[in-house]
Design a protein around this ligand. Structure first.
Ligand SMILES: Cc1cc2nc3c(=O)[nH]c(=O)nc-3n(C[C@H](O)[C@H](O)[C@H](O)COP(=O)(O)O)c2cc1C
Length: 163
């Protein structure tokens, strides 16, 4: 199984999860960077609004080619109970034909059923099959601790690789 982890992270939490996931899976990793930088206070409102309206953002150096991978892990923070503009752009532009896709997210509530359902629909539209998901709870303005998150990722990875 050749795997790729693709993620977007604004404040670093999803990045911590993505890197650890890639490390445990021995997967390649791709970070989505937006062309337009987001700023603190006003940026928060804008980010929430964009997520709410299902916006897509322009990405830097984008590579939508996932040929050569069997499995793709897509990671995003949850904004306004939705997926982020950067991951929306990636999903829209990627051909997931014959790919197995797993979703992961970080957010304050630790629950992401609704955004997972929405992104799974979009992946399916582009030919992929979403076979699982997991979410990690974070605390606002506090960086995730790798020691805390590592065993949770391990448990999830063990579960899906055993199948
Ligand atoms: C604009 C914005 C909107 C958010 N909306 C939600 C939300 O609807 N539900 C939730 O549980 N967390 C929400 N959060 C919290 C983030 O999902 C959480 O802090 C996440 O871990 C951030 O990931 P990152 O550090 O990778 O950017 C929001 C954060 C931001 C910045």
């Amino acid at each position: 199984m050749k795997s790729l982890v693709v993620y977007y992270s604004w404040t670093g939490n999803t990045e911590i999860v993505a890197k650890e996931l890639a490390n445990q899976l021995k997967a390649d990793i791709r970070s989505l960077k937006e062309q337009k930088e987001r700023k603190d206070a006003a940026g928060f409102m804008r980010a929430g609004f964009e997520a709410m309206t299902g916006a897509k953002s322009k990405l830097k150096d984008t590579d939508y080619d996932i040929e050569g991978y069997d499995t793709v892990f897509l990671g995003t923070p949850i904004w306004a109970w939705r997926t982020t503009p950067a991951i929306n752009t990636f999903v829209k532009n990627t051909d997931f034909q014959n790919k197995k896709v797993y979703l992961f997210a970080t957010n304050a509530s630790g629950k992401a059923a609704k955004p997972f359902k929405s992104i799974a629909k979009r992946v399916k539209k582009n030919g992929g099959t979403v076979t699982g998901n997991f979410s990690i709870q974070t605390v606002f303005n506090k960086e995730l601790e790798l020691d805390v998150v590592k065993p949770k990722i391990k448990e999830w990875v063990t579960g899906i690789t055993r199948k």
